[in-house]
Design a binder for this molecule. Structure first.
Ligand code: FAD
Length: 318
């Protein structure tokens, strides 16, 4: 079932969903199931699975020689989605990127999803490759998520890249896109970012999932701004509980979001990471309760592969 249908069916009740990462190459799928199992009692209508593009590593061959190798450290997004749908009978949503994909790769990826009965995707540009500063699209690929949305929407109309195909079957994907209440790190201004967000909706996106935020006011202001710009689709908030002291610097650096002073002070006071984890859980419970009270249709948690803190939060909120 599509995310938009899940929202309509819930009749105003706030639902619980979460995002997982594929395991590092070499690990098996049991680690994924072990993290999902404890969260199933909260009846998530869907579970997102992130996509991780290739990285470059440099192997030392000795004598000052380095060999550049392309590796994917977390493959398996589509396989995990199929396994989730099969095991839990819940919708699994793969993320799909512009980065590392030609249009042909994208089309073939979408065909696989369609054949597997996966009817939701989150369409994203992706970041630059880890060793590079700026995002570079594939030669035959997309530069922005809005272009990827157009390709998916076209496939939904039965328009494939090869326009000589006869009797081509349309797909029926519900398309999610990302958005940033505190502005995407490369955007010159929030207005500019929302301008391009509108383009993603115009090109066919059905709903939005936000980047994590730690101050609900940022989310509420963002939603108001989107609504005043004519964006009417659901805007699902993304939430992440802080879990380690390292997050104090890593989260603002990596995701370009601010941490409220009160939260920072609470974390600094903690003696170890188990105390930090508890502070993170309590902060996220407060955020969740306020969003729930405001009638937000779905709260989407970034689990980062660990479910114990998400379960603690869900126990209090759902
Ligand atoms: P876009 O919407 O393409 O925007 C990127 C930047 O370009 C923005 O600054 C925007 O304002 C600007 N822009 C857009 N269109 C134009 C235009 N036509 N001209 C000029 N500027 C333009 N990354 C992963 O690698 N894997 C994942 O699974 C993943 N999941 C995510 C899930 C969510 C909910 C979110 C919010 C992010 C996720 N990301 C993931 C991170 C995401 O890939 C990065 O934040 C990326 O840098 C931007 O992706 P986007 O789809 O928002 O890009």
């Amino acid at each position: 079932m599509k995310v938009t249908e899940h929202i309509n069916k819930a009749n105003g009740k706030t639902q619980f969903s979460f995002e997982i990462l594929p395991p590092l190459k070499g690990q098996n799928i049991t680690s994924i199931f072990n993290n999902i199992d404890p969260l199933m009692e909260f009846e998530p209508p869907f579970i997102d699975v992130t996509y991780h593009r290739e990285e470059y590593i440099y192997k030392n061959l000795g004598d000052g020689l380095l060999k550049k190798q392309v590796v994917k450290k977390r493959p398996g997004t589509v396989g995990i989605c199929a396994a989730i749908q099969n095991r839990y009978e819940v919708d699994a949503i793969p993320h799909i990127l512009c980065g590392g994909f030609t249009k042909e790769d994208t089309e073939n990826f979408l065909i696989d999803l369609d054949f597997l009965g996966i009817d939701n995707v989150v369409a994203l540009r992706g970041d630059a490759i880890k060793t590079e500063t700026y995002f570079t699209p594939e030669k035959e690929g997309h530069s922005y998520a809005s272009e990827l949305v157009t390709q998916i929407s076209s496939l939904n109309k039965g328009v494939y890249l090869d326009d000589e195909l006869l009797n081509s079957s349309p797909t029926d994907f519900c398309i999610g896109v990302g958005a940033y209440p505190e502005k995407h790190m490369e955007a010159p201004s929030l207005d500019s970012d929302i301008h391009f967000l509108k383009k993603k909706i115009k090109n066919g996106a059905d709903y939005i999932v936000t980047q994590m935020f730690f101050d609900n006011k940022k989310y509420f202001d963002f939603v108001d701004k989107c609504r005043s710009e004519g964006i009417t689709v659901p805007i699902i908030p993304g939430l992440k509980p802080i879990a380690t002291k390292k997050h104090l610097n890593m989260i603002p650096y990596r995701f370009s979001v601010d941490l409220p002073e009160d939260l920072v002070l609470e974390i600094i006071k903690c003696k170890d990471n188990s105390q930090v984890r508890q502070v993170g859980v309590e902060w996220c419970i407060e955020q969740s309760k306020e969003l729930q009270k405001a009638g937000i249709p779905v709260l989407h948690y970034y689990s980062m592969g660990k479910s114990d803190n998400i379960k603690q939060i869900a126990n209090e909120v759902f």
